[in-house]
Design a protein around this ligand. Structure first.
Ligand SMILES: Cc1ncc(COP(=O)(O)O)c(C=O)c1O
Length: 440
């Protein structure tokens, strides 16, 4: 596929090949703060929240947004999202602790995820969250017993799997009446208040047809719950999965990337279709629509962050294209193995002929490759590249394999703030007891 998207899609300006964000040259950021470096675009975060929170005009359905913490768990980002009215979708004891530590009210927290132990079920009961979604049937008893032990009634939903969502580990299939049987069991537990249905597709939703199919299957299941069990759900949680606007599956299409991106469902279209479906469905059924919860991850923050990295070395000795060895690789951006992310030269964008390169990471692993074939202006050692759409699933999956992890700078109205300092060598051994005990 033809590979190239214009920098303006991310609000980057270009003058003489030099890329800048809000008047700040990208290469200058790497000079001041070091490389590799994540850069968060504060204005883009606010804009995405505004778009997600704008309910389509004329709609009577209440939509509430909960950011999927695992997507980019950076404290300053999470604090900002919370300050902008976005709730927290958390999936582990750590993430629940983090949300509470950041002052998020229990009524603004949704708990998901498989693997709830009896001990943690007690914590969930005591936390009194907006809703805890039970991942599969066994969790019904685990939570019901914990709630009964505490003398409480806990608000729960059950994660259901549609015909095209992730399943197996996740959720109870609607097919074959299995989800219905799980609801029947949950409703029989006096210590559970069954208020919700949860469905997260998992595989990215890129177009309206896919979204409609998914939503309709869940809505039909709501009808089954009403007809068979007399249950009218209060909370309809449709998960995340909206595709990030400028991230593409790697090599899945022969269409030019620009055309693929142009066909993507926007946040506005996503909300319009989704709310329209819910409204029409409950209108026809003559029942009040439930409150709709959404758990966006990638669509909320992917395009609000970029990764700056430098060309550490060039190896042009082989028969093919030159290998540019970068100071960031799969230790920081492993997701590039699966996803097409635009990569810009920050100092000579669009300058001179485009040359073919292989982009490798710095670690001693043959797997450490970011891109097999990319065309960039002539590369020199020390040049800074920008990997776009680095705000989803890069930070949480980064590791300290051979190299420390990068810092994170927030760019906001031209002001630069270091919101996570780079990892130091001392940080990397701080949990080794010889180091902590001073015997090193
Ligand atoms: C339950 C749940 N909700 C929301 C999300 C966020 O998904 P995405 O980043 O695709 O929007 C995930 C991520 O896998 C998830 O598992």
């Amino acid at each position: 596929m033809a590979r190239s998207l214009p920098p303006g899609l991310w609000g980057l300006a270009c003058a003489g090949g030099e890329l800048s964000l809000e008047g700040t040259a990208l290469a200058g950021l790497a000079e001041r703060w070091g490389s590799p470096l994540f850069v968060v675009d504060g204005a883009a975060v606010e804009e995405n929240v505004r778009r997600f929170r704008r309910v389509p005009p004329g709609g009577s359905v209440e939509v509430d947004v909960f950011y999927s913490y695992k997507t980019n768990p950076v404290v300053e980002l999470l604090r900002r999202l919370s300050g902008l009215g976005v709730g927290a979708e958390v999936v582990s004891p750590y993430e629940l602790w983090l949300a509470r530590r950041l002052g998020v009210e229990p009524s603004r927290i949704v708990y998901n995820g498989p693997g709830k132990t009896p001990a943690f079920a007690r914590t969930l009961v005591d936390s009194d969250l907006l809703v805890t979604h039970l991942n599969h049937r066994e969790e019904i008893g685990v939570l019901a017993r914990a709630a009964a032990e505490r003398g409480r009634r806990t608000a729960v939903g059950i994660r259901v799997a549609t015909s095209d969502s992730w399943s197996g580990k996740f959720g109870v299939p609607i097919a074959g009446g299995r989800a219905l049987a799980a609801y029947e069991e949950a409703l029989a537990c006096a210590s559970l208040r069954v208020v919700g249905v949860h469905a997260h597709r998992g595989t990215a939703i890129e177009d309206a047809d896919t979204l409609v199919r998914f939503v309709r299957e869940v809505l039909e299941f709501c009808d089954t719950l009403h007809a068979r069990l007399g249950l009218d759900v209060e909370l309809l949680d449709l998960g995340g999965s909206l595709a990030a606007p400028t991230v593409l599956p790697l090599d899945a299409s022969t269409l030019p990337v620009g055309e693929q991106v142009a066909g993507r469902l926007s946040v506005e279209e996503y909300l319009g279709v989704l709310v329209g479906e819910v409204e029409a469905h409950f209108g026809r059924a003559g029942r009040p629509a439930p409150r709709v919860l959404l758990e966006p991850g990638r669509a909320m923050t992917a395009d609000t962050q970029l990764l700056l990295c430098r060309v550490a070395s060039l190896n042009a000795a082989g028969p093919g294209p030159a290998h540019a060895i970068l100071d960031a690789g799969e230790n920081i951006a492993h997701i590039l193995h699966r996803e097409y992310h635009e990569i810009f030269h920050t100092g000579r964008w669009g300058q001179g002929p485009a040359l073919p390169y292989v982009l490798d990471g710095p670690t001693c692993s043959p797997m450490d490759r970011l891109r097999d074939a990319v065309e960039l202006p002539l590369l020199r050692v020390g040049d800074t590249l920008a990997v776009m759409d680095a705000g989803a699933y890069l930070v949480p999956f980064s590791n300290s394999f051979c190299f420390p992890q990068p810092g994170i700078v927030l760019l906001d109205g031209g002001r630069e703030t270091l919101i996570r300092r780079p990892e130091t060598y001392e940080d990397m051994i701080a949990r080794d007891l010889a180091a902590a005990g001073g015997t090193l």
